[in-house]
Ligand binder design. Structure first.
Ligand code: PLP
Length: 364
């Protein structure tokens, strides 16, 4: 019976709401009774333009995005933004601050070296086997930097920075790839927010950029047109053919979030789901999570088993139990349960049930 329902804990592309998938299935071959599939219609058609408009409206509604912020949808994923950010924001500056809290924030800093000298600020420390993250007050930022880049949710390590930035006269850039739409944020604290879609937003392919309009005039002349924010905006995110399918599905996902009560409700549920797993882990020495409580991610729960020789069995048996994609990223090993908005509480309960059964079976 346990095999009946499969829960997908993949870090991305990840689970989407079942309701959304059913609607996509219904409309796939006959969108809006047009006799055509959504993936066959022109992005220049009025019907598709309406979808794009609606998607932008839904982002504005859910995140309460002020009027002086523009929204861009483009290709290239979050990695594309690792180049686009310096190319669009450096202007005449030669330095930028990059917070290093884990794999993705460091990767962004490394890419930026092609365009500037990053001031890499390490905020991770280890104390008594626990990973600690410095509070924002202790970040040593450089006043001569064009911007400060950080990643509020390190998808691989399961590290989150829940604090919101409060730096005066600094342009804050956030890689929100694995946290956008999972909780309430104050967009006004940021100059640029970007996220690729394949976690909380929809199918892979699209990246969203939310940018304060006064930052739109700092691009370098060498910036490729396809990454140039002003160009992308002038063409209404249609400088080249947009990722129509991903845009269509994500619009349905955003409508689903609205139906669920918006980000306040979603945030409550996400915290509750994650805390159930952390509580289970903390109540035993069989499973370990070594991140300080304040900086544990509500999106990616990472853990290991003290006895590493059981890793293979854990993955094999969890899969048979209907719990898929729990393998941790190869950089950190162990396990990772990615529990984005679409993961129902039932999936969490089933995971905890399995973890308890497994512990009982193998604990010496
Ligand atoms: N940044 C974060 C926080 C991520 O989680 C990922 C992918 O998992 C990336 C960047 C890279 O995203 P993409 O594959 O869309 O380039």
């Amino acid at each position: 019976k346990n095999k009946d329902v499969v829960y997908n804990f993949s870090a991305g592309p990840s689970m989407l709401p079942k309701e959304v998938l059913k609607k996509v299935q219904m409309e796939l071959c006959n969108w809006k009774n047009s006799g055509k599939s959504i993936i066959e219609v022109s992005h220049r058609s009025q019907d598709f333009e309406l979808v794009l408009e609606e998607l932008e409206y839904n982002f504005r509604f859910l995140l309460n995005i002020p009027k002086n912020y523009k929204i861009i949808f483009c290709h290239g994923g979050a990695r594309g933004q690792f180049s686009a950010i310096p190319l669009n924001l450096l202007g005449n500056y030669t330095n930028a601050d990059y917070i290093n809290s884990g794999h993705w924030s460091y990767a962004a800093a490394v890419e930026s070296r092609k365009y500037c000298t990053p001031n890499i600020i390490n905020i991770k420390n280890k104390c008594n086997k626990k990973i600690l993250i410095f509070s924002m007050n202790d970040w040593k930022i450089n006043s001569k930097s064009a911007y400060l880049h950080y990643c509020p949710n390190e998808t691989i390590e399961g590290i989150a920075i829940h604090e919101e930035p409060n730096f005066e006269n600094t342009v804050i850039v956030g890689d929100f790839s694995s946290t956008l739409l999972s909780r309430v944020i104050d967009v006004r604290k940021y100059g640029v927010i970007y996220a690729s879609f394949q976690k909380n937003i929809g199918p892979s392919g699209t990246t969203v950029i939310i940018i304060r309009e006064d930052l739109l005039h700092r691009s370098k002349s060498i910036c490729p047109s396809i990454l140039n924010y002003s160009k992308l905006l002038q063409s209404n995110s249609m400088f080249n053919t947009p990722t129509t399918f991903s845009i269509y599905v994500s619009n349905l996902v955003l409508k689903w979030i609205k139906k669920k009560g918006g980000l306040k409700e979603i945030e409550k549920k996400n915290q509750e789901k994650a805390n159930l797993i952390y509580e289970m882990i903390d109540n035993t020495d069989f499973y370990v999570n070594n991140i300080i409580e304040n900086n544990r991610s509500f999106m990616n729960v990472t853990f290991s088993i003290s006895n590493h020789s059981l890793n293979h069995l854990f993955l094999k048996e969890s899969y048979s139990f209907g719990l898929h994609c729990l393998k941790g990223h190869s950089i950190v090993g162990g396990f990772r349960a990615s529990i984005y908005n679409s993961m129902p509480k039932k999936g969490i309960i089933k995971l905890i049930k399995f973890m308890k059964i497994f512990k009982k079976k193998y604990k010496k």
